[in-house]
Design a protein around this ligand. Structure first.
Ligand code: C2E
Ligand code: MG
Ligand code: MG
Ligand code: MG
Length: 278
């Protein structure tokens, strides 16, 4: 599979290189051809209104079916794809595939797509999104781009400009994995987010950690006073949902609502079937 590409070889595989590096290099070679070999696909993870259980959107989660390794998790290959910038064409593929599918759903709910910081550094990500929206006919208001703090770190002015252009397009912006970074609070003041996603680690710890409870309470209070809707990630139990509902957390996502799946289902896991209501 490894091509006799002089440049790649010089920067990549060398005798004596340690195993982890060699592994990464091999993975990066395979990532470069993954799209053209049709190895990438999407899973969908439902997002629900905390109170009513209504399905309000789906997050697109990338999957890679490697010919020898089988399905590789994004936690494993996204960092490698970011390092050699193959996340740029892969991320474009995700955007196009997600918007194309969402445009055909029977319900006009939101579609959330993760963007890598590297996509902000190569080319014009806003122009690309605009082009894909026109091409797929998806209404901009249905697209929510999920960014992490990494996007905001290097160049504040450039990031602000990009996010403002997304807003001008009518696209929604969510700050993903909130609470796990460094100076998230100052970002809330500077950047035009439409939503915060509280990181799953805080939700996981709710049952056992008074600290996690206090943090989740505070984030929800902050969201409320800033008029910033909050999504809780990693909700797995009814107890977690009840706690979040009590504190008026708008949306939840996690195994309780539904696992990532190749198919979307608009059937809420909480709403009782209509016929049982009478
Ligand atoms: P994320 O955006 O924070 O996505 C949520 C991750 O948490 C997903 O893992 C999801 O399957 C998992 N998760 C959600 N709820 C639960 C739960 O209740 N229990 C448990 N145990 N896990 C839950 P996944 O699909 O492995 O994705 C990992 C990360 O990879 C994502 O974190 C995101 O940062 C990144 N990623 C996924 N797709 C893309 C993509 O298309 N582009 C980029 N740049 N990154 C992506
Ligand atoms: Mg996400
Ligand atoms: Mg997250
Ligand atoms: Mg994440």
């Amino acid at each position: 599979r490894a091509k006799a590409d002089g440049r790649g070889l010089a920067r990549g595989f060398e005798p004596g290189m340690d195993l982890a590096l060699r592994e990464r290099w091999a993975m990066q070679q395979d990532l470069a051809t993954a799209i053209s070999r049709n190895e990438m696909f999407l899973h969908w993870m439902p997002q629900a209104n905390t109170e009513t259980g209504e399905i309000v959107g789906f997050e697109a989660l990338l999957r890679w079916k490697h010919p020898e390794r089988g399905v590789v998790s994004p936690a494993q290959f996204i960092p490698a794809a970011e390092q050699n910038a193959s996340i740029v064409p892969i991320g474009e593929w995700v955007l196009r595939a997600a918007c194309r599918e969402a445009a055909r759903w029977p319900k006009a709910c939101k579609v959330a797509v993760n963007l890598s910081p590297v996509q902000f550094q190569h080319g014009d990500i806003v122009a690309l999104v605009h082009e894909i929206l026109l091409e797929t006919g998806l209404s901009p208001s249905r697209l929510e781009v999920e960014i992490t703090e990494g996007v905001l770190l290097d160049d504040h002015a450039a990031a602000l400009n990009t996010l403002r252009r997304f807003k001008a397009l009518g696209v929604q912006i969510a700050l993903d994995d909130f609470g796990t970074g460094y100076s998230s609070l100052s970002y809330l003041q500077s950047f035009p987010f439409d939503r915060l996603k509280i990181d799953a680690s805080f939700i996981k710890a709710l049952a056992t950690s008074p600290q996690a409870q206090a943090i989740v309470r505070s984030v929800l209070a902050l969201g409320e006073s800033l008029s910033l809707p909050i999504t809780a990630e990693g909700v797995e139990t009814q107890e977690q949902r009840a706690f979040l509902a009590e504190l008026r957390c708008e949306e939840i996502q996690g195994y309780l609502v539904g696992r990532p799946s190749p198919l979307v289902s608009f059937q809420s896991p909480f709403e009782k079937p209509q016929r049982l209501l009478a």
